[in-house]
Design a binder for this molecule. Sequence first.
Ligand SMILES: NC(=O)C1=CN([C@@H]2O[C@H](COP(=O)(O)OP(=O)(O)OC[C@H]3O[C@@H](n4cnc5c(N)ncnc54)[C@H](OP(=O)(O)O)[C@@H]3O)[C@@H](O)[C@H]2O)[C@@H](O)CC1
Ligand SMILES: Nc1ncnc2c1ncn2[C@@H]1O[C@H](COP(=O)(O)OP(=O)(O)O)[C@@H](O)[C@H]1O
Ligand SMILES: [K+]
Length: 477
Amino acid sequence: MTGLYTADQVRTAEEPVLARTPGGALMQRAATGLATACLRLVGRAVGVRVTLLVGAGDNGGDALWAGAALAGRGAAVTALLLDPGRAHAAGLAALRRAGGRVVTDAAAAGLGRADLVLDGITGIGGRGGLRPAAADAVARAVAGPGLLVAVDVPSGVDADTGAVEGEAFPAQHTVTFGAVKVGLVVGEGRGHAGVVHLVDLGLDLPAPAARQLTDADVAALLPDPGAGDDKYSQGVVGVHAGSATYPGAAVLCTGAALRTRPGLVRYAGTAADGVRAAWPEAIVTDGRPADAGRVQAWVVGPGGGTDDEARSVLAEVLATDLPVLVDADALTLVSREPQLVRDRTAPTVLTPHDREFTRLGFDLGADRVGAARAAAAALGATVLLKGDATVVADADGTVFVNGTGTPWLATAGTGDVLSGVVGALLATGLPAVEAAAAGAHLHGRAGQLAAAAGPLIASDVVAHLPAAVHRLTDRVR
Ligand SMILES: NC(=O)C1=CN([C@@H]2O[C@H](COP(=O)(O)OP(=O)(O)OC[C@H]3O[C@@H](n4cnc5c(N)ncnc54)[C@H](OP(=O)(O)O)[C@@H]3O)[C@@H](O)[C@H]2O)[C@@H](O)CC1
Ligand SMILES: Nc1ncnc2c1ncn2[C@@H]1O[C@H](COP(=O)(O)OP(=O)(O)O)[C@@H](O)[C@H]1O
Ligand SMILES: [K+]
């Protein structure tokens, strides 16, 4: 599990270390880790052309000290000072001692032929988009050939939310200090951070603001069946989705549930013929949920319509004391009658994309974690807000940010697949927030595997779910 932290949490954790270590020691740890990461990325130091973009704060100090270390190893280092009077004095002196060049004119900073560019403009102290001089330097860096490495946080990205208001540094790698900041993995920040590398500063960190699951975490939540298991014991999921005219959502959702946890899946609804034809393993009825037989969790909504019959099915399912995943058309129904969810005591997982989220009556600004958390608290439910970094928030404030997936998942029907995956995990008895977070992780991995073979369609994601489960542990089952 990777903990995700806010800038304030990191500053607070730094205080006792700053108090008990000699001045500048923490920055030395950060800069040494940064220089080491850069050496690993470019492979050598001798002859490598490095340009440092240096702002007025300690983020610039990190860049200057790391630049000094690289210059000491034989790199040709140029520092571009964006606020010359306020550059970190000790870092600047160290760079000069190591033979680095210092310039104040972006045109003279060698960005057109740099091998490596270090963005030390702003870190956790940055506010808003980049100011004009910084934005100009970043544009020159982007136009040049250098590997773009952000120091702590890509400048222009809000470390807490991932919001980008204006220009920001589009890093290929971010070397971050002490803890991974929330804004590096969510919203526009995720796209600007590239690959995130963590330098351990030995901080005593509090409970994280949010979390990200690893493959190993998800594998631990999905134990293999044992000798004592039967088809019922791994959890039976019920699916109510699709329609006779549009059976696709039902077929995808049922298939995803089967491919995630193959014990038993029951389908109830008017797409029964289509589901029977596609998945002979499913137990199918064309009746209502109550006719389906016993289940441990329900998925309701994908392709199910919003008419009176759909409303009555949703109310029937939500009136049970079982975990229920509510998606797609059923979210529209919930937006009209939120008390259907608020009144429940059993867990409910809502899986909106952005438009469905706003239809539910919640504001969606650039702070996706904050928005999902507010919606979950207001509805007393688990909210899975889809996107390139899906956010899962629980009513108690627990948040997971998903780290898997691919933009190729932006294709029709992949949301129906996600519902089936999460529904199957809910039926195993996992807490709703864990089922949702693990389901998003698994769905993303299946998407990545499918995309490796070329542009994917939703059925490909279903087909790759077993391999995704298998790959979580890399063990042969
Ligand atoms: N504490 C420690 O010991 C350690 C700290 N560490 C490092 O310190 C970093 C935090 O340093 P920090 O607090 O000095 O703030 P920082 O991120 O450099 O930014 C502030 C400067 O940016 C400027 N600025 C703001 N917005 C801007 C914009 N949009 N566009 C352009 N400029 C903008 C702002 O200008 P001002 O508003 O003052 O005019 C101010 O000068 C942290 O991320 C980590 O790298 C590590 O070494 C570990 C040990
Ligand atoms: N740009 C993207 N990058 C990664 N994943 C994406 C992207 N766009 C969408 N997705 C994922 O694809 C799925 C789409 O779901 P949804 O919008 O409900 O589709 P549908 O309603 O067609 O089934 C979600 O899991 C979402 O997180
Ligand atoms: K930076």
